[in-house]
Design a protein around this ligand. Structure first.
Ligand code: PXP
Length: 279
């Protein structure tokens, strides 16, 4: 039997300034669980509470060393989640087989090194060669949306489009580090780099996401970049949840995103104020 035709790149062609989705990364709930073994705290419960707080989707990274999320977590998330699951994974045959078994809504391919504490840089798409292109094709053939986690760099964005990625997720880690160092000039330059990579991706018909290191203080400037339609945020939210609960942390983040990028009505003819209509 022949396999189904690959899905067309399912991105909206022009960016949609109305929508900015929040994906909550629940890896670090599993980090805490694994510190003691057992089942508590449960990442699936965190996923449900994130949705209650306003998450549009859930992200989980199944690392090769299984240091946080487990295979069983992915199976349970896929079975029980009411929102799209974005599976973060390295570009390996093992992870490809797992993705094809569970068929998540999307896969975000990330670079992975065992000694790193978190995903430290973007994917080397230009040097990624045949193997990366083959994995992108296999995922897309299974109708899984494919995202590549990349540095905000136009050449890398163009290479991602060339191998058929539906989405690029722009790495905001450098921007967040510069913000922590209170390096105003550095922040401006890095935001400009993110904005031009986002515009380049949009021109190529590639959907734009962003994430890594985002906090209440750093989210607004990224949310204001109009081509970006999804932010993926994890560590900060799980940390904040310790103090005030996960539903509150997620809904506060959602509020800040909506304040930076107010949701708009879907159709011009339903616009209620002059500000609701694009010039
Ligand atoms: N996006 C990607 C591709 C990531 O690898 C991570 C970290 O797992 C995030 C977003 C979220 O980053 P943070 O946990 O720093 O919010």
């Amino acid at each position: 039997m022949s396999s189904p035709p690959p899905s067309p790149r399912s991105t909206p062609r022009a960016f949609d300034a109305r929508a900015l989705r929040l994906g909550v990364n629940i890896d670090h709930v599993a980090t805490i669980r694994n510190a003691r073994g057992g089942r508590h705290p449960d990442p699936l419960r965190a996923a449900h509470l994130s949705v209650e707080g306003g998450a549009d989707g859930i992200t989980a990274h199944l690392r090769e060393d299984r240091r946080h999320i487990s295979d069983d977590d992915i199976a349970r998330l896929k079975r029980e989640l009411t929102r799209p699951l974005n599976l973060e994974m390295a570009a390996t045959d093992e992870m490809l087989a797992i993705a094809l078994r569970h068929l998540p809504h999307a896969c975000c391919i990330v670079p992975e090194r065992r000694e790193e504490r978190t995903t430290e840089g973007g994917l080397d798409v230009v040097g990624g060669g045949e193997r990366l292109a083959r994995i992108v094709t296999r995922l897309r053939d299974a109708h899984i949306r494919v995202s590549l986690f990349v540095e905000p760099d136009e050449e890398t964005v163009a290479a991602s489009a060339a191998i058929g990625a539906d989405i690029v997720e722009l790495h905001t880690g450098r921007y967040c580090e510069l913000a922590l160092e209170e390096d105003a000039a550095g922040v401006r330059a890095e935001l400009a780099r993110i904005a031009s990579a986002a515009a380049a991706a949009d021109r190529l018909g590639v959907e734009v996401h962003a994430g890594h290191g985002l906090t209440y203080n750093t989210v607004a400037a990224v949310a204001r970049i109009p081509e970006i339609v999804e932010l993926n945020i994890g560590h900060f939210l799980i940390g904040e949840a310790i103090f005030g609960g996960l539903v509150g942390a997620v809904s506060r983040m959602r509020q800040l995103m909506d304040y930076a990028r107010p949701p708009r009505p879907l159709h011009r003819d339903r616009a209620t104020t002059a500000n609701d209509v694009e010039p």
